[in-house]
Design a protein around this ligand. Structure first.
Ligand code: MIG
Length: 825
């Protein structure tokens, strides 16, 4: 009997799965009855009383906002959208019996009148890039809302934020419902973050779609139904933004313009970080840091997990474990190590009836009306680490202010960053959120419900934190790390991928996860190294570091009951491999920081799929066991135990082995990878900027600053390096230094041009070194028309030298901030 009923459940489950999401009960929007011009676009009036606003924000970015009969919706309400002011776009309306066409210079929005079907046409090619498969629809009773897009045979899908899935989302179904999912594996869905933004790619041409609807919802990219790619939300508005592309890069930039650019992070947050659930007392924290220094392992930050608090009360210290937090942070700061403390949103429920009193966060929260309530007016009391706990309503501005200000004491005590955990929000009483359905958010008087706000909770908590830190330390870059998030999270916090496993599968999964977060507007990501849950061995640790040293967030962490994961725990053989990759990270800091500044400025992620550089290459549409770091580096890590080599795909172009400088032909090739070796390549046409490794990022200046120049097939290369103080907001006012260079070579002659740097940031005296790979034969080098001396390579004054075995030529010169031209004959 038992077996039969469970069989029924399985069959029923499959039957429900067949439709992707339930389409019954949905009422289609009425046909087009008229069109009128409005600010920024047009308003379609439908026969059933619905309206559809089509607004052109730029020639390649269109917003569609539909209101169904009897629906109340405020077009200006969004927690994700950062930019609301856009210049007017020149558009044209043409209409015939069957359709309305709204066109910008780049895009045509073609609206079929009956039924109302919207398609987007690339005006350059005349191609329909994306089209409704059936009219958008709503179920008046349940307020469910659905949008259906045609699913093309060759179409690939990317983005959608944090998913335990491969890069290409095609044939997948994904839920938006932030969830605490410890030990997740490939296929677990949903996870901690919801970013309803995806990219479609068909025959090398891309578009983007951002559904700004925070309700619990489902995306179906043809899991079983090959008719449509659909989106169904349990409420809210049919409200989406269409990005014309066709380049993935331009879409990501536009997405950053719309939902916000990642602020410049503090430089130290790019350093290696050590966490543990949990380090205490303070002497243990100091021992860990001392061991790091004693073992010549670079470190910039150490994390304090929940045991530093007094009875898990957020914003308190357990004074027996940490009697003098200020002293501790000062002693660590003297060694270049920053302290990050965890802050959980669940505030210990301590009304006078509990006999406890004097917990400031609770008392002030009650007095200020900051905590969430249920529909009946009672407090929403959940259960988290401190036991009974209440949660702040971050949709209220006074609550965000209050929450932000709660960080003042910690800042005074020298805490440098804040770690927002459990903010799905996780409630042990019911992790699914079902029994919290009646929790109400004030939301500017809208009094909105739980299914609309759960996905926003983590982002709003991080926003409160980030804005608080910005107020309290106006000239310091905040550092906030969050587990949960929604579209726009990049404005406030960096992300780690939660409670992964210390397993090979988890390591492999981290690649598509990082790449997909990067394609979803969140560039600053990382995973617990070598995995949160379980026990890693030395081999997994070593291979994990070969990936993690390229993740923006580079943090070792482990669970309370797990094995110790610090690099020295596995013996000197593995430790020396880990040291090699941590040092590589610091050596490449100038390059990585330059990529991070690019992410800040343009929205392009540092850790990216090959797809971003080789969009037209069908071999990379679902290639996610290799990755690129910026434009120049490509890594093909070992992701399985015992493997000592692997097949690597090198797309069309010139490639170099990072370690030997040897030129490599494009194609599928096999490379050896003994345990200490990461197959790492440089894409020709680029420059890698590096310096000497160091113990922590501010230990010494980038001196010498090295430029490794790798020409492409035509003999050309370009590159740049970005520098600033790494800590303040002065860079936003021009106090940075950007140095560009370009190289070209043809038979017997080459030229390296160093431009005068831009920006007013003053770098310390130092040497610049330019190493030319695949260098031409040299007899003379001229600098600005004058002979440059041949030197033995050790001198610190200007000169040039040859490394015959490496096939390189190195040019040296003191950094005088001037433009220079080297002629190489
Ligand atoms: O349920 O604070 O993902 O990084 O160490 C465990 C303890 C709660 C979950 C986080 C993890 C952290 C842990 N937290």
């Amino acid at each position: 009997m038992k077996r039969i009923s469970s069989l029924c459940v399985v069959v029923l489950g499959l039957a429900l799965r067949l439709v992707g999401f339930e389409t019954q009960g949905l009422t289609s929007i009425g046909h087009v009855a008229g069109v009128q011009a409005i600010e920024h676009g047009y308003k379609i009036n439908c026969a059933d009383g619905s309206t559809v606003q089509v607004s052109f924000l730029t020639p390649d970015l269109v917003r569609v906002f539909a209101i169904f009969p009897n629906q109340n919706a405020d077009p200006n309400h969004s927690w994700a959208v950062d930019r609301t002011e856009w210049a007017t776009v020149a558009t044209k309306l043409t209409e015939d019996a069957s359709s309305v066409r709204l066109t910008s210079e780049q895009l045509e929005v073609r609206i079929n009148k009956d039924p109302l079907l919207i398609s987007f046409v690339d005006r350059q090619t005349g191609r329909v890039v994306n089209a409704d498969q059936r009219p958008m629809a709503r179920e008046p009773k349940t307020e469910r809302i659905a949008i259906f897009k045609r699913l093309e045979l060759e179409e690939h899908f990317y983005g959608l934020g944090e998913r335990a899935a491969h890069l290409d989302r095609r044939r997948g179904e994904f839920m938006m419902w932030n969830s605490d999912t410890p030990g997740y594996v490939e296929g677990t869905d949903p996870l901690y973050q919801s970013i309803p933004f995806y990219l479609g790619l068909d025959q090398g041409r891309a578009y983007g779609l951002f559904y700004d609807n925070s309700f619990k919802s489902t995306f179906d990219f043809g899991r079983l139904n090959q008719e449509y790619a659909g989106f169904c939300a349990d409420g809210g508005v049919a409200n989406y933004y269409f990005f014309a592309g066709p380049s993935l890069r331009s879409i990501l930039s536009r997405y950053a313009d719309l939902t916000g650019h990642m602020p410049m992070p503090p430089l130290w947050s790019l350093g290696h970080q050590q966490s543990r659930y949990s380090y205490y007392p303070d002497t243990m924290v100091e021992e860990i840091v001392a061991t790091y220094r004693g073992h010549d392992l670079p470190l910039d930050a150490v994390y304090l997990d929940i045991h530093y608090m007094d009875g898990y009360r957020s914003f308190t210290w357990d004074r027996s474990r940490f009697p003098n937090p200020k002293g501790l942070t000062a002693r660590l700061a003297a060694q270049g190590v920053h302290v990050v403390t965890i802050v959980d949103p669940g505030i210990k429920h301590e009304p006078p009836t509990t006999g406890q009193s004097g917990y400031r966060a609770y008392d002030e929260g009650v007095a200020g009306g900051h905590f969430l309530k249920r529909k009946d007016g009672s407090a929403y009391v959940g259960s988290v680490w401190p036991g009974k706990a209440v949660f702040a309503d971050y949709t209220r501005e006074p609550t965000r202010l209050w929450w932000g200000n709660l960080h003042a004491d910690f800042l005074d005590q020298g805490v440098a960053g804040f770690w927002n955990d459990m903010n799905e929000p996780s409630d042990f009483l019911d992790k699914s959120g079902a029994s919290q359905a009646d929790v109400v958010f004030e939301d500017g008087g809208r009094k909105s419900g739980y299914i609309e706000n759960r996905n926003l909770f983590g982002m709003l908590m991080s926003r409160s934190t980030f804005e608080g830190l910005s107020r309290l330390r106006p000239n310091t870059r905040p550092f906030v790390i969050t587990r949960a998030g929604y579209a726009g999270i990049q404005r406030y916090a960096v992300t780690w991928t939660g409670d992964n496993n210390a397993s090979w599968d988890s390591l492999a999964l981290s690649l598509p996860m990082f790449q997909s977060m990067g394609l979803s507007g969140q560039p600053f990501v990382g995973a617990d190294v070598p995995g949160f849950i379980g026990r890693a061995d030395g081999e997994l640790l070593a291979r994990s570091y070969q990936v993690a040293c390229f993740a923006p967030l580079f943090r070792n962490h482990g669970a309370v009951d797990g094995y110790d994961h610090e690099p020295w725990r596995f013996g000197p053989q593995y430790e020396s491999i880990v040291r090699k990759y941590i040092k590589l990270r610091y050596q490449l800091l100038p390059y990585l920081y330059t990529c991070i500044e690019e992410a800040h400025r343009t929205g392009l992620p540092l850790f990216r799929p090959l797809l971003l550089a080789f969009q037209a290459d069908p071999a990379v549409t679902n290639l996610d066991d290799q990755f690129m770091v910026g434009d120049a580096l490509m890594a093909a890590p070992i992701l399985r135990p015992g493997e000592r080599g692997r097949e690597v795909y090198l797309p069309d172009g010139v490639w170099y082995d990072f370690w030997t400088g040897a030129r490599i032909d494009a194609g599928f090739r096999r490379f050896d990878a003994p345990l200490d070796h990461l197959p790492l390549f440089v894409s020709g046409g680029n420059v890698i900027v590096s310096t000497e490794p160091m113990n922590h990022v501010h230990e010494k200046p980038w001196s010498p600053l090295r430029f490794d120049v790798y020409p492409d097939a035509a003999g050309n290369a370009t590159g740049s390096v970005y520098e600033d103080d790494g800590a303040s907001l002065a860079s936003a006012n021009g106090v940075f230094r950007r140095t560009r260079l370009s190289f070209s070579a043809d038979a017997g002659h080459a030229r390296l041009t160093l431009e005068a740097p831009t920006g007013s940031y003053q770098t310390p005296p130092r040497n610049l070194e330019f190493t030319l790979h695949a260098a031409p034969a040299v007899t003379t080098v001229l600098i600005d028309g004058q002979q440059l001396a041949l030197s033995d390579g050790s001198s610190s004054t200007a000169g040039w030298s040859i490394n015959a075995s490496a096939g390189t030529v190195t040019l040296r010169l003191p950094d005088d901030r001037q433009a220079h031209t080297f002629e190489i004959h």
